[in-house]
Design a protein around this ligand. Structure first.
Ligand SMILES: CC(C)(COP(=O)(O)OP(=O)(O)OC[C@H]1O[C@@H](n2cnc3c(N)ncnc32)[C@H](O)[C@@H]1OP(=O)(O)O)[C@@H](O)C(=O)NCCC(=O)NCCS
Length: 160
């Protein structure tokens, strides 16, 4: 696999905002967790494809914990950035917040880590650009993501 030219994380960052409507609600009138998970995967997938400049598929999603509810009428905000890249895989972190558009109040709802794989025209893993690390924060995220990826691969190996 020939490696494409390296890219900074800033070139693939994503901010997705969507107004939560009654169609996004569960039976109790709050936003359905599945709606949030779908938007998280969309934001993560866009960041992965922007970095890879190729189609990317989701290969792993780490556990998600919702620490506060999202109301109908809130704006769901997903901020996604590429933390780490392997040869064909990318870990993307997504921070989710609920914004009250009237008051501007922002509530952190959850964070998630997802792994995508860039694929070639035949659906096989394709090489992705190296990630340029421009700050201590980016280097910290890289180191933590590399550790998480090693743990995922160890879990996969244990399952066989
Ligand atoms: C993604 C896919 C092409 C990978 O194929 P594969 O034969 O498993 O390829 P590999 O084993 O070589 O793995 C490719 C990369 O994914 C990583 N990977 C595979 N399984 C993983 C897992 N469970 N967790 C984290 N990373 C994983 C590998 O470490 C490797 O990374 P690297 O190239 O950076 O070293 C294949 O598994 C697939 O098509 N899966 C279905 C994806 C899908 O339909 N998603 C939902 C809809 S988008």
């Amino acid at each position: 696999m020939n490696r494409p030219k390296s890219k900074p994380g800033t070139s693939s960052r994503v901010q997705l905002h969507q107004l939560m409507l009654p169609e996004h609600a569960n039976a109790y009138g709050n936003v359905h967790g599945g709606e949030i998970m779908k938007m998280v995967d969309e934001a993560g997938g866009i960041a992965a494809m922007r970095h890879a400049q190729r189609p990317c598929v989701t290969v792993a999603v780490d556990s998600m914990t919702f620490i506060s509810k999202v109301n109908v009428g809130d704006v769901l905000c997903c901020e996604a950035s590429v933390n780490y890249v392997g040869k064909s895989s990318l870990e993307v972190g997504v921070k989710v917040s609920a914004e009250n558009p009237i008051t501007g109040e922002l509530t952190h709802t959850n964070s998630a880590y997802l792994v995508y794989v860039a694929i070639d025209d035949g659906g096989a893993p394709a090489s992705v650009p190296e990630l340029e690390l421009g700050s201590d924060e980016e280097r910290r995220r890289w180191a933590e993501a590399k550790q998480r990826q090693a743990e995922r691969l160890a879990r996969r190996a244990r399952k066989g």
